[in-house]
Write a protein that binds this ligand. Structure first.
Ligand code: DX5
Ligand code: ZN
Length: 216
């Protein structure tokens, strides 16, 4: 399976979302990565439902929605209605993760779980079979443009082992500080999906940088 690339809209030009969405459509990217932040779970507020609806009007590829919010259960149906293909909640934000994942799937979406940099992979030992995607945060969530945390490689390897042990088909996604300098090593460790914000949108030719990641 070739690596999937999910450009993060957080780094796009919000005054030109139609243009940037069309760039992703025409590029080798696989998914749109959409970061929803509530200013409580993380110290930043990104954008909400109306903006996602505007992106959805132009997006021709699956929407990979990353919720950095407390009490995500309250909005699962809303994000299904907005066209999310993958809905990822944070492990640290869920008291009843199993119930949350079942609800996401019952709404017709793939269920993802994101882990903050300090959260060990083995917290998923008892639930890995129920997860479609694990998003390993390689920065502290809340902002684009941060530096990649090196310990991520070790976490990806551990997660890959856990997935193999349970014969699960769960995908491994990496989010934060991804560039052409760490992409290849991440894939070697077991990554299936690379999220990239700044590396794509701050480039003079974003589609070319997507292509570079795709070819690692
Ligand atoms: C961080 C977000 C990321 C972010 C990645 O909280 O979850 O998706 O947009 O941006 P870069 O690639 O710039 O680190
Ligand atoms: Zn994200």
């Amino acid at each position: 399976m070739s690596i999937k690339i999910a450009p993060s809209i957080l780094a796009a030009d919000f005054a030109n979302l139609e243009r940037d969405s069309k760039m992703i459509n025409a590029s080798e990217a696989d998914w749109f990565h959409i970061d929803i932040m509530d200013g409580v779970f993380v110290p930043n507020i990104s954008f909400g439902m109306p903006v996602l609806a505007a992106i959805q009007k132009h997006a021709k590829k699956p929407l990979d929605v990353h919720l950095m919010i407390i009490e995500p259960d309250r909005y699962i149906e809303t994000f299904a209605d907005l066209g999310a293909t993958v809905l990822t909640v944070h492990y640290e934000a869920c008291n009843h993760l199993h119930r949350t994942l079942q609800k996401i799937k019952s709404c017709g979406m793939k269920a993802g779980v994101a882990l903050n940099p300090h959260t060990p992979v083995n917290c998923l030992n008892s639930i890995i079979q129920d997860i479609d995607l694990v998003c390993i945060m390689s920065v502290n969530p809340g902002f684009g443009g941060q530096s990649f945390i090196e310990n991520t490689y070790q976490k990806v390897k551990e997660l890959k082992q856990l997935i193999t042990l349970h014969k699960s088909s769960c995908l491994i996604e990496i989010d934060g500080g991804v560039t052409d300098e760490n992409a290849s090593a991440l894939v070697t460790c077991g990554a299936d999906v690379l999220v990239a914000g700044s590396y794509v949108f701050k480039a003079s030719n974003p589609a070319e940088n997507i292509k570079l990641l795709k070819e690692v």
